[in-house]
Design a protein. Structure first.
Length: 354
């Protein structure tokens, strides 16, 4: 009788332990599965936030690159104007030097003429009158002396006036060149700032994409762990309506798993086969961005605006434009030249959406 009581107590203890394990383990596994789902949901929200930040940074990058291209064209234009002014300034200095030499030569000629008038008796007006054979000859001699003097004076005056004009022109060109150099330096500094901003934005985009990839890998791992936890929880949970197991000392049979476990949505990238058409037109997109490489026109009902994608043979791109002729699984890819767009033509590609 004592032996029976001892065996019965041991059996009841085993049954109680089994019931405790059967009650506690599913609760722990369910909590583990719920925690994994919560972490996965947090990672999905982080993925969405990173995607939005990456898209905003990409739009800013496109705008900065457009502004940088404009600034570089302005710097090139200012440099060309500065070189043109430098050539004009150099030519003006050469002309000024020539005018100075001409003025000095004319001045020496006038000095020589005046000196000869005082040193030579035959050019003295009184000597001319007294030495003349007739009144006409006297008048002709006097007129020749007066005309020679006036002509030399005019030559000197013209040379001095030309020298003055060239000097003023040279000073004006030098002042304009100085102003242009300052404007060019400011434009170059602005271009350098924009280049630094573009480089910083590209680095930020690369970091955001790296974080997105890391988050995607973590999300994939968490989803796999959540599915495994779901399967383990299902293994300890009896089907609805099943009879309760009998209380016996022997080990109970393994419970039947549920017929349909809970499925978690995948957060990975997806692919889509579309028709792609190359085009090359200037202007702005429907989202307000200037057209450029990586800008794709889509049907927003099929591919939402702002979606990043990878196009085989074209590279990374973003859905940032629409078109009246774009309907369904069709995208337009921008190319910098008509020749490149024609070379692409129309082809079917399998794109990866992220």
């Amino acid at each position: 009788m004592r032996s029976f009581s001892t065996n019965g107590a041991a059996a009841w203890a085993a049954v109680a332990a089994g019931l405790t394990v059967a009650a506690v383990v599913p609760i722990a596994l369910a909590a583990d599965s719920s925690s994994l789902r919560s972490q996965a949901e947090g990672l999905r929200e982080e993925q969405q936030a990173l995607g939005a930040s990456s898209q905003a940074a990409l739009h800013e990058l496109y705008a900065l690159e457009t502004t940088l291209a404009t600034a570089r064209r302005q710097v090139a234009t200012l440099a060309a104007r500065r070189r043109q002014l430098e050539r004009r300034h150099a030519a003006t200095r050469r002309h000024l030097a020539a005018a100075g030499r001409s003025a000095r030569v004319s001045q020496r000629h006038l000095e020589d003429l005046l000196r000869s008038l005082y040193q030579r008796d035959d050019v003295d007006p009184l000597a001319v009158v007294l030495g003349a054979q007739s009144l006409d000859e006297a008048l002709t001699g006097l007129d020749s002396l007066s005309r020679a003097g006036r002509e030399n004076v005019r030559v000197v005056q013209r040379a001095q006036a030309a020298r003055g004009r060239l000097a003023r022109l040279a000073a004006s060109l030098a002042a304009r060149r100085g102003e242009l150099v300052q404007v060019e330096a400011a434009a170059q500094a602005r271009a350098s700032e924009l280049e630094a901003a573009v480089s910083e934005r590209r680095t930020a985009i690369s970091e955001l994409r790296r974080r997105q990839d890391l988050s995607a890998r973590q999300l994939t791992g968490l989803e796999a762990q959540a599915r495994a936890a779901q399967r383990r929880t299902a293994a300890f949970t009896p089907q609805a309506g099943a009879a309760a197991p009998a209380i016996v000392a022997a080990p109970a049979a393994a419970p039947t798993p549920p017929s349909q476990p809970i499925a978690l949505a995948s957060g990975g990238a997806r692919t889509m086969t579309v028709d792609s058409v190359g085009y090359s037109l200037p202007g702005l997109t429907a989202s307000g961005l200037p057209v450029g490489h990586g800008i794709v026109a889509v049907d927003p009902s099929v591919i939402p605006l702002g979606t990043r994608m990878t196009v085989p043979g074209y590279g990374d791109a973003v859905a940032a434009d629409t078109g009246g002729a774009i309907r369904g699984a069709l995208i337009d890819l921008w190319f910098p030249s008509v020749a490149a767009a024609r070379a692409w033509g129309r082809r079917s590609v399998t794109i990866t959406l992220r």
